[in-house]
Design a protein around this ligand. Structure first.
Ligand SMILES: [Mg+2]
Length: 268
């Protein structure tokens, strides 16, 4: 096969798909979950992928080397939404968990924090206003103020106090602040590790933590001129501008992501 020259950013969608199809066997597609494959919901437990997503990810996994979901959700949650997809890899809790060979593998350094997180979730439910939703995720605690945006500053302040007290890290997101173990792991590190031997990778994200993944694609391009990385933002009124301005391309919604992939798959 003739070597295709890597397109230069900014580039057209056509150029990106053409290049990707030319090296499909060396390509990985990464997706965030919330806001990318699923609309963001008031109740995080109610989120479901848009209907077309399961079929399109299955076809994509047949067409390229690898498809992976990289989310702040636990692997157990992602499994509950994608149990029919055998060939899609799952990275949960920003990469602290990974689904591998039929089981959840947890970053050992994070396991020490399991008891502290359970206690912290109870404390959040006691101390924060009743309309704040506390999501306990075993290795982290996410505090959502989507249904009570006025409490945002209170929640942020509380989270920073607890982070300082317990030696945790915070990650801000769309109407949420999350307390995580002080373990060096984020979406950028997952992508850096995962694309080490890839020739091409796409990442679809909508939130602040996804910008680190975009940066990892750029960093890989900088050290390997043959590597092509495509950063795709999914628009939203909360973090849209900041994430979009870091991306090569912006899509309007999770439904638009499914339609975009369906169209792109015609090239393979
Ligand atoms: Mg998201």
């Amino acid at each position: 096969m003739a070597e295709t020259v890597r397109p230069i950013h900014p580039l057209t969608t056509d150029e990106a798909w053409e290049f990707t199809a030319s090296r499909a066997s060396a390509t990985t597609f990464f997706f965030d979950f919330d806001g990318v494959l699923s609309p963001v919901t008031d109740d995080p437990d109610a989120s479901q992928p848009v209907p077309e997503v399961l079929g399109v990810l299955e076809r994509l996994a047949d067409a390229v080397a690898r498809v992976a979901i990289v989310s702040a959700r636990p692997v157990s949650f992602l499994r509950s939404r994608f149990s029919s997809l055998d060939n899609v890899d799952l990275h949960g809790l920003y990469g602290l968990e990974v689904w591998h060979d039929g089981q959840v593998v947890t970053e050992p350094a994070a396991l020490d924090y399991v008891p502290a997180m359970a206690a912290l979730a109870d404390q959040a439910r006691t101390e924060l206003p009743a309309d704040i939703l506390v999501e306990y995720k075993r290795l982290s605690v996410a505090v959502h103020y989507r249904t009570a945006p006025d409490h945002g500053p209170t929640v942020e302040r509380w989270a920073h106090e607890q982070a300082e007290r317990l030696g945790l890290r915070t990650q801000r997101g769309r109407m949420v602040v999350e307390l995580k173990p002080p373990v060096d792991q984020d979406k950028g590190m997952v992508i850096t590790e995962s694309v080490r031997n890839a020739g091409c990778a796409w990442y679809f994200g909508d939130d602040m933590s996804d910008i680190k993944a975009f940066d990892a694609l750029r960093a890989r391009e900088a050290v390997d001129p043959a590597f092509f990385g495509m950063a795709v933002a999914v628009a939203n009124p909360e973090t849209g501008a900041e994430v979009s301005s870091a991306a090569d391309l912006t899509l309007e919604s999770p439904d638009a992501v499914a339609a975009f992939l369906t169209e792109g798959l015609r090239r393979f």
